[in-house]
Each structure stands twice: as structure tokens, then as C-alpha cells.
Design a protein around this ligand. Structure first.
Ligand code: SF4
Length: 436
């Protein structure tokens, strides 16, 4: 049986798409093996959000070919769309498929034979109008399934390369999303993470919206949890929040990108809110959902960011009632307006600012975890077992470990939280009574 190894770089959306590709290989008689093993075919689904992702991609191709020098190598994803010629210069790459081509990989790779020179199939991103349905299924070892409901973005944040790589915003119909959700439930998944580039923009062009989709998904029998992977602040409306408040199946977890706590930087980024409106939103979410996990993306070292602007971001975040930060160091992405700014921040300063915010993020995470000690939380357990503990997540995205013998994977259990280790909680399963 031929073996295929697939690897994802980047976001949950890419992960869902890779899983779907894995399923297509399974249907064609392939065995799906980990990327660290030898295989006849390697598929790399790339990201190009940061410079690091580009470098990682090159390393992975080289490593795969060291393991299996005769293997067929297919590279797709955002980096393939944006810089196909760069990928073509990596020795051993056979096929490079753009965003549009990714969804129909077998139409291009066909005979699965090694090529003398890289074959490039990369359409203009303006042609990427199809959807490319994707969901993570049993080919993965995760207990949370990722369901792609939306793709592309019509916003024009000046630092972002995603609209160039994935094209315009588009959504999958509510009916199809519900059908896929039912399939995932039948496969045993208890939680589905709704993924996309700009999830809150769901439905705009198909006369629907995220609220309509959530309403339909909450009616799916056996679906215990629906998680919104991330939502732009201007799209987390009162209507949406009120619906979530009334439907416990929708996770109390809000990942709301901020990017900067300085209004002048937000303007240069072309973001669609001010620090005042962002703070108001967070306060409303916190009032309505006192126990929610609230996550924030923030970028350090955006071009022209002064010490004062960075300090404004730090001060803004210090007392913002959020649970964790995802801190990114700005990196110039080709063909984005920000990359042409005349006043870049030196890399060492970008890194120092990142470190400062990262430490603040760790404090917030530990504080959030600490608030749960002595309480009972509901956890969906996952596959991983570390140091005798099985881990899982609450709906607020708090990581909780219990003695491995007390729970199996993919179970929903009540846990009495007894302590905090670093940024996660540990606890005991309440009477070993499991909720199936
Ligand atoms: S909202 Fe802005 S940062 Fe997010 S994908 Fe769209 S352009 Fe990029």
C-alpha cells in the first residue's frame, strides 16, 4: 500500500484542508503516515503569514527528501500561491499547487510520478472563487474537529498577506455545513471548531450570517460543543452574543484579534475599530460571560511603531480582562502596504517588545487558570497524555489535566480543579462519573 505523509503549517483552516486531502488519499488506497516517517508521497500545506513559515517549509521539504529521496513532493497552500518560483528553486519539489488547485489536487498530480522539473499549477488568486470544502476527520488524532465554513477576506489590513493568498471572502452554505457537522458527529467528534479566514464574515455573500449558521448547528443532535475559532471585533455583535448566552453548546471562548493597543497604529494597520470600542466590547463580553476564555492577537514592531505606541499597547492590555495573548512579531510580507513603510522597527526591538508582551500573556493565562481552583469544570478530554495526566479543554479553552487512569480520550467529564501548574489546571474527576 503506498504511503502518504501530510503536514500542515499555519492555521486551523489549513489543518482542516490537510485533513480533507488526507481523506482523499485514503479513498485512493493510500496509507496516511506521520510526516516524520518515510513515504512515497509528501504533501506540505504551507502558510505564509510570517517569514518563519517560509523557512520552515524549506526545511521540511529537505528533511522529507533526506528520509525518502525518491518520494513525490507536493507543496500547496499560501506560500505556494504567493511565491511558487521560490518553492520551485527547492530541489526535489515535484508539484506546486495554488489556492484554487489545492481542492482538486488529484486532477494535477494524477499519475503520481516524480518530475524532472517542478510543475507549477498556480492560478491568479482572483480565480479562487470556489470553496474547497474541508473538515478534519478520523485521519487526524485530534478529538476536536475543524470545519471550514468560510475562506478568503475582503478586509485590507496593511500587514496581511492572506487576502493575496486566499482571495475574496466566500462561505459554504448552511446546509452543507450542517451536513458535514452531522458526519463529524457520526464519526465520534463531540466538538467542532468553526474555521475560516474571517469567520465572523460568514454568509455575507450568500444572504446568510454566522447567527443563522449557529442556530442550525445548535440543532444538530449529539454535537456537544461548537467553538468559533476567532472573530473580528466589529463582527461580534450583540445579537450574536445574546444567542451564545442562551445556547450553552456554543463555547464561552472568544478569540478577538486586537493587533495593537495604540489608535495611531490601528489606523496605519487599517483595522476597523479603535481602542475605545475594543475595550467596550471586551467589557461587555466579560459582563455577559464572566467565566469566558477571551484571547487576543497582538503584533509587535509594526512599521513605525514608536516606544510610546508600544507602551500604549502594553498599558492597554495590562488591565484588560482577557485570559491569554497570542503575540506575533511583525515581519515584512511582500506586496503588502506595510512592507513599504519607510520606518521599520529594528528586529531586536521587535523581539524585545514581543518578549515583554509574552510575559504579560503568561501572567494572564496563569491568573485565568488560578480563578478555577476549587471549582468544578467540564472538560472534553483529548488524546495526549503527559507525565501521567490526560489533558483536555473546557469550553472556555482552559487546559485541564486529570490522572490518565481516570479518563479516556474524547470523554466529557466533570473535573474538580485542585491546582495550577504553569498555565494549566490539574484536578480530579468527580466520582469518576463520565458524561457520555
Ligand atoms: S481581517 Fe485583516 S488580518 Fe484578518 S485575514 Fe482579513 S486582512 Fe488579514
Amino acid at each position: 500500500m503506498p504511503r502518504v505523509a501530510l503536514h500542515t503549517l499555519g492555521c486551523k483552516l489549513n489543518f482542516a484542508e490537510t485533513s480533507t486531502l488526507g481523506g482523499q488519499f485514503l479513498d485512493r488506497g493510500f496509507e496516511v503516515v506521520p510526516f516524520s516517517e518515510s513515504a512515497e508521497v509528501y504533501v506540505l500545506n504551507t502558510c505564509s503569514v510570517t517569514e518563519r513559515a517560509d523557512r520552515e517549509c524549506r526545511q521540511l521539504v529537505r528533511r522529507a527528501l533526506r528520509r525518502s529521496p525518491e518520494a513525490l513532493v507536493v507543496v500547496t497552500g499560501c506560500y505556494a500561491q504567493l511565491a511558487p518560483e521560490e518553492l520551485a528553486s527547492i530541489e526535489g519539489v515535484d508539484y506546486i499547487l495554488g489556492t484554487k488547485e489545492k481542492a482538486s489536487l488529484f486532477d494535477y498530480v494524477g499519475a503520481m510520478t516524480k518530475q524532472a522539473t517542478p510543475q507549477l499549477f498556480v492560478s491568479d488568486v482572483g480565480d479562487a472563487v470556489g470553496f474547497g470544502a474541508a473538515m478534519s476527520g478520523p485521519a487526524t488524532d485530534r478529538t476536536r474537529a475543524f470545519l471550514k465554513i468560510q475562506d478568503g477576506c475582503d478586509y485590507q489590513c496593511t500587514f496581511c498577506t492572506i487576502p493575496l493568498a486566499r482571495g475574496a471572502s466566500r462561505s459554504q452554505s448552511v446546509d452543507l455545513c450542517v451536513m458535514q457537522a452531522k458526519t463529524l458527529v457520526q464519526q465520534g467528534f463531540k466538538e467542532i471548531v468553526l474555521t475560516g479566514v474571517n469567520v465572523g464574515d460568514y454568509g455575507r455573500k450568500i444572504e446568510s450570517d454566522l447567527l443563522t449558521l449557529l442556530r442550525a448547528l445548535t440543532a444538530v443532535k449529539g454535537l456537544h460543543r461548537i467553538r468559533i475559532s476567532s472573530i473580528e471585533p466589529n463582527l461580534l455583535t450583540k445579537e450574536l452574543r445574546d444567542f451564545i448566552a442562551e445556547h450553552p453548546a456554543v463555547c464561552r471562548h472568544f478569540h478577538i484579534p486586537l493587533q495593537s493597543g495604540s489608535d495611531s497604529v490601528l489606523r496605519r494597520m487599517r483595522r476597523r475599530y479603535t481602542t475605545v470600542t475594543y475595550r467596550e466590547l471586551i467589557q461587555r463580553v466579560r459582563e455577559q460571560f464572566p467565566d469566558a476564555g477571551i484571547g487576543v492577537d497582538v503584533i509587535t514592531g509594526f512599521p513605525g511603531e514608536t516606544d510610546g505606541e508600544h507602551e500604549a499597547t502594553y498599558r492597554f492590555l495590562v488591565d484588560l480582562p482577557v485570559s491569554y495573548l497570542h503575540v506575533f512579531t511583525y515581519s515584512e510580507r511582500p506586496n503588502t502596504p506595510a512592507a513599504t513603510h519607510r520606518n521599520p522597527v529594528p528586529p531586536a526591538i521587535r523581539a524585545r517588545r514581543n518578549e515583554q508582551l509574552r510575559i504579560l500573556g503568561q501572567r494572564k493565562r496563569a491568573l485565568f487558570a488560578g480563578q478555577h481552583v476549587g471549582r468544578t469544570v467540564t472538560v472534553l478530554t483529548e488524546t495526549s497524555v503527559e507525565d501521567g495526566f490526560r489533558f483536555g479543554f473546557t469550553d472556555s479553552f482552559l487546559r485541564v489535566g486529570v490522572p490518565a487512569a481516570a479518563a479516556e480520550e474524547n470523554e466529557i467529564i466533570d473535573v474538580h480543579v485542585t491546582g495550577v501548574v504553569q498555565d494549566h489546571c490539574i484536578g480530579e474527576v468527580n466520582g469518576y462519573e463520565r458524561k457520555r
